[in-house]
Design a protein around this ligand. Structure first.
Ligand SMILES: Cc1ncc(COP(=O)(O)O)c(C=O)c1O
Length: 381
């Protein structure tokens, strides 16, 4: 049975996930769905629901741009035109100067560079617990202090009041919005009041706002903190092409902020050289707004299907606006992970302090998640 988008969403609203699976399945509404299923990113026969990558990879226009640039021209590239063009495309897209943009081979090096630039022996890192840990790992390697602020136990949102307090005297605050692994988001008003408070109470503290998952969140729930980064030298944001743009293997990320702040980051750590094929892919993906909107909606529907299935089994997930969910299974993540792996599905790693109750599951394609939900039902029965 084929299902239209409206039919799918309607069914989610009305019926149980079990009903969905048995009567209709998670049918694709995309013309190229078959090719997504064929090319689903399996590694050694294992379905990878563990790293928050896009199971669908880049959109058709981006794929075509990459293919058409695989020429002998790749023999020339020490002054790669497309890399400069990517920087100016991003600047133009955000209405800023190229001085407000730095590129990196993924956003990871930006998190390392920022921590190295702004934290030191007497300037600790303030971060969320749990969150993405590159900044924290870097601080640990540097031997600098780390102030961890637990997420709000009631809804797993970031405790912005606690984070603002922890920021006082810190070298840098790491604020992941939407947060990984909880998937929760904070509104523009909440982010703005947090930033203004930290700016007021701790004027020397930098604020890194990591927006790696922003393309999965609807405009109604969150928006970029770019205006704050342009207003305050202390604020900068990082972005990634690894998530909704489906380019994790091509390694492109960037930061937006004031020139002197970005210069300090590049001065502290190497950002790597973005290569010309990755650059042309990123330019095309960035301009293809229609595809990103399609990707967002596709992910939203798949996530609703999976959350509904867990609810049907009696388990609650956090209110995620990303391509992963954080589910309270009431048992150690390792137990669930090992059981799923026996069915060749790999789910997320431990996220202390919730490793004895919660598991992070990345969203795969429709076809993958339909199979995965069947496995989840079996192992949780
Ligand atoms: C919140 C967050 N930031 C940054 C990254 C780094 O991604 P990349 O280096 O591929 O841009 C990740 C990767 O999972 C992430 O979850």
């Amino acid at each position: 049975m084929k299902m239209t988008r409206r039919g799918f969403v309607g069914t989610i609203g009305l019926g149980s996930a079990a009903g969905l699976l048995s009567s209709a399945g998670l049918t694709s509404r995309h013309a190229n769905a078959a090719s997504y299923a064929d090319e689903a990113v399996y590694d050694g026969g294992i379905m990878q629901l563990n790293q928050n990558e896009s199971a669908r990879g880049p959109g058709p226009k981006t794929m075509e741009a990459i293919r058409s640039h695989v020429t002998k021209r790749v023999g020339r590239g020490y002054a790669p035109d497309h890399v400069n063009e990517l920087r100016s495309t991003l600047a133009e897209g955000y209405g800023v100067s190229t001085d407000n943009v730095i590129l990196a081979t993924g956003s990871g090096p930006l998190l390392v560079g920022a921590t190295r630039a702004f934290c030191s022996a007497n300037k600790p890192l303030a971060t969320i617990d749990p969150t993405y840990t590159t900044a924290e790992q870097t601080a640990r390697q540097m031997g600098v202090g780390i102030r961890r602020v637990p997420v709000d136990g009631s809804n797993m949102g970031v405790d912005l009041d606690g984070l603002a307090k922890a920021a006082v005297g810190a070298g840098m605050v790491y604020f992941c919005n939407p947060n990984n692994p909880t998937g929760t988001v904070h509104s523009p008003a909440a982010v703005e009041s947090f930033v203004r408070r930290v700016q007021r109470e701790s004027p020397n503290t930098r604020m890194l706002i990591d927006e790696a998952y922003i393309n999965y969140a609807a405009d109604e729930v969150m928006q970029t903190a770019l205006p704050l980064a342009l207003e305050f030298e202390n604020v900068f944001i990082t972005r990634s092409f690894s998530k909704a743009h489906g380019m994790a293997g091509l390694r492109v990320g960037y930061a937006l902020g004031q020139k002197q702040t970005l210069d300090a980051i590049t001065g502290a750590w190497g950002m790597g050289d973005v290569n010309m094929l990755s650059a042309i892919a990123a330019i095309t993906a960035f301009k293809d707004k229609e595809h990103i909107e399609w990707e967002r909606q596709e992910n939203t529907e798949i996530r609703a299907f999976v959350v509904a299935a867990f609810n049907d089994m009696g388990f609650e997930a956090t209110n995620s606006h990303t391509n992963h969910i954080f589910v309270n299974l009431g048992r150690p993540a390792k137990e669930f992970r090992d059981a799923c792996l026996e069915h060749k599905i790999l789910v997320g790693r431990d996220f202390p302090p919730f490793h004895n109750t919660h598991c992070r599951i990345s969203m795969g394609s429709r076809e993958e998640m339909q199979q995965a939900v069947e496995v989840f039902r079996k192992v949780l029965a």
